[in-house]
Design a protein around this ligand. Structure first.
Ligand code: NAP
Length: 248
């Protein structure tokens, strides 16, 4: 059976590392992005240069019709999807609750929560035995913020990741008998652009001393866990969470 994966936000950071590793493991990889076509193109070029198969797919995961069109395009091009990595997420600057606007909260939730739900829905429609599918696996990229939080930081973001955890548990139960496994990873402080663009450049280095392992993580370290959860090696694992947070 062909292994066909979609990585949302596969153009940069954790998504990029995951897309590259999946390709190395023999998956055909759809690299989703929203704005940065060049970054997505680079990931695709890197995969194809190493003999793999990849395509860039532009879609804003918070838009229902764009998500539907993205899945339809992948299936029409390659056939049924077997793996989904729900990874694309956003984070705005640190803020106490007094300064949170409804607009900001809704933007975070529509990408980090509604976007994950929509992609899960489309994946289940393709993979589920009930719909004639062959089964598959989903990994949701949550965050250590869902269980740790931090005063005055990103409570909207932490809440969105709490919803991702609940989605993971609930959906894993709902689709276990349909041949679909649903798990999550919860990274801690990882060296990616998310802290430079939305949060704070240099944040990982500023706070890493407070971690038991006293260092930030690399996107590749998160990718290893995601790819394992998607693999046959994890065939009896569903509804599980892997914390990749340096011991915190
Ligand atoms: P990143 O470097 O900022 O990259 C974000 C990726 O998501 C980019 O590929 C971006 O596409 C894409 N994206 C953003 N909004 C999108 C949308 N509406 N539709 C489709 N794609 C969208 O992020 P990262 O740090 O790798 O984070 C990836 C995931 O890990 C997120 O869910 C984040 O919450 C989680 N996480 C990260 C950390 C960390 O320390 N970095 C820790 C815990 C959890 P463009 O390139 O087109 O902009």
């Amino acid at each position: 059976m062909k292994k066909i994966a979609l990585v949302t936000g596969g153009s940069r950071g954790i998504g990029r590392a995951t897309a590259l590793l999946l390709a190395e493991k023999g998956y055909q990889v759809a690299v989703n992005y929203v704005n940065n076509h060049q970054a997505a193109r680079q990931v695709v070029d890197e995969i194809t240069a190493r003999g793999g198969t990849a395509m860039a797919v532009q879609a804003d995961i918070s838009s229902e019709h764009q998500v539907v069109a993205m899945f339809a395009h992948i299936v029409a091009t390659w056939g049924p999807l077997t793996a989904l990595v729900n990874n694309a997420g956003i984070l705005f600057e640190q803020s106490t609750i007094e300064n949170l606007s409804a607009e900001r909260i809704n933007r975070v939730l529509s990408t980090n929560v509604t976007g994950y739900f929509l992609c899960c829905r489309e994946a289940v429609n393709i993979m589920s035995h009930r719909h004639g599918g062959q089964g598959g696996a989903i990994v949701n990229v949550s965050s250590a913020a869902s269980r740790l939080g931090a005063p005055g930081e990103y409570v909207d973001y932490a809440a969105s990741k709490g919803a991702v955890d609940a989605l993971t548990t609930g959906l894993s139960l709902e689709v276990a008998a349909q041949g679909i496994r649903v798990n999550a990873v919860r990274p801690g402080l990882i060296y990616t652009e998310i802290h430079a663009s939305g949060g704070e450049a240099g944040r990982v280095d500023r706070v890493k001393a407070g971690l038991p392992m006293q260092r930030g993580g690399q996107p590749e370290e998160v990718a290893e866990a995601i790819v394992w959860l998607l693999s046959e090696a994890a065939s009896y694992v569903t509804g599980s969470f892997i914390d990749l947070a340096g011991g915190k």
